[in-house]
Design a protein around this ligand. Sequence first.
Ligand code: HEC
Length: 125
Amino acid sequence: MLLLAVVFIFFPAILTLSQTPPKKTPELLNRGKTLYGKYCASCHGNQGDGNGTLGKKLKTPASDFTKPFDNWEFSKGDIKKVFNAITNGVPNTAMAKSHLSDEDRWALTYAVVEFAASSNKTPGK
Ligand code: HEC
């Protein structure tokens, strides 16, 4: 009985927790940038513009993160959807799911969204 209670009460709580974005600290952002260079730049490009050596050759080209965040094809300005795309991948494309920790995936989330924020294509930023 106690075990059931633990499963039903705490498990959803843990799931919800992992969906809650951690604070965007400079350390987390830097970690995301390092991970990005290691795991993502080959497709999405060093500048996040989708021009990675591999990204250009794909049937479905890698996403251009320098577009205004609201215009991202899957995430449409929603940071949790960015996290989900990294966590689950994008079906029927080369975008594979990531096995990195929650914290690392949030770090990557902030790092890719940063490309849109720092891009001169985003008006007013
Ligand atoms: C093998 C190439 C490849 C690699 C490596 C790769 N991606 Fe992708 N990514 C893609 C493709 C292809 C898409 C889907 C593009 C489309 O359908 O328009 C995509 C889509 C995405 C999206 C969805 C963007 C949107 O429109 O909302 C995010 C976020 C993303 N990738 C992040 C990452 C991160 C972070 C990494 C590194 C951990 C990574 N990708 C590594 C190819 C790649």
